[in-house]
Design a protein around this ligand. Structure first.
Ligand SMILES: *[C@@H]1O[C@H](CO)[C@@H](O)[C@H](O)[C@H]1NC(C)=O
Ligand SMILES: *[C@@H]1O[C@H](CO)[C@@H](O)[C@H](O)[C@H]1NC(C)=O
Length: 194
């Protein structure tokens, strides 16, 4: 009798230990899975074209104070410029508008070629809707990278950068190619989480 009872107790303890082991194994697997996902950040890469028409979608609201005069590619130091520009799928202005860039830039180079720009870019691309905010230095005649400081909607918490490159600086409407490199940190992918 006593022997059978002891065996029963050992069996119960053994099952308990096995269960503990199973729980800790699955916990380990779960952590490993999350850890692995951090190394494959979700990202999105595409390019749009920004069209800026002087005195129509972009205006000088404060005149600058020094340096070269207002020209095709220069503005005097201190010039405050404000814009609301459409962004299209191709360089052709008649192509589909899928974004709007609203922002401001202040001429910060005494050569009249450089500015500090901030912009909110509202997007409706590839089933993603929302906005991203960018800030950085812009060169009027060379490509420049602008860090993405955050976003809203489907772009909540995103990071990355946009590269702005002049495409056509002649005429009343200037065109820039804007390349987007958007990354979602692990905590910002609700649609991916289990
Ligand atoms: C834009 O408007 C300003 C102020 O009215 C004017 O001085 C300037 O010549 C205009 N620029 C062009 C390209 O029309
Ligand atoms: C832009 O697109 C329109 C409409 O599709 C077309 O008529 C025009 O030729 C295009 N312009 C250029 C420069 O490709």
């Amino acid at each position: 009798m006593e022997m059978a009872s002891l065996h029963y107790h050992i069996l119960v303890i053994l099952i308990f230990v096995l269960q503990l082991n199973a729980i800790s194994t699955s916990d380990h697997h779960h952590r490993h899975h999350d850890h692995h996902r951090k190394h494959g950040l979700k990202s999105l890469h595409f390019a749009l074209y920004q069209h800026e028409t002087i005195n129509k979608t972009g205006f000088i609201v404060v005149n600058g104070v020094a340096g070269p005069p207002v020209g095709q590619t220069t503005t005097p130091f201190g010039t405050l410029f404000v814009f609301e520009d459409p962004m299209t799928l191709t360089p052709n202005r008649t192509s589909k508008v899928v974004g709007v860039a609203e922002g401001t830039s202040v001429t910060s180079g005494l050569d009249g070629l450089r500015a500090i720009s901030i912009a909110k870019i509202t997007l409706n691309v590839k089933h993603y809707k929302g906005s991203i905010s960018v800030v950085g230095g812009t060169h009027n005649i060379k490509p420049s990278d602008h860090p993405i400081v955050g976003g809203t909607g489907d772009f909540l918490f995103v990071q990355g950068y946009v590269t702005s490159s002049p495409v056509d600086l002649t005429g009343l409407t200037v065109v820039y190619k804007i390349e987007f490199h958007i990354y979602w940190p692990p905590y910002a992918t609700p649609t991916d989480s289990v």
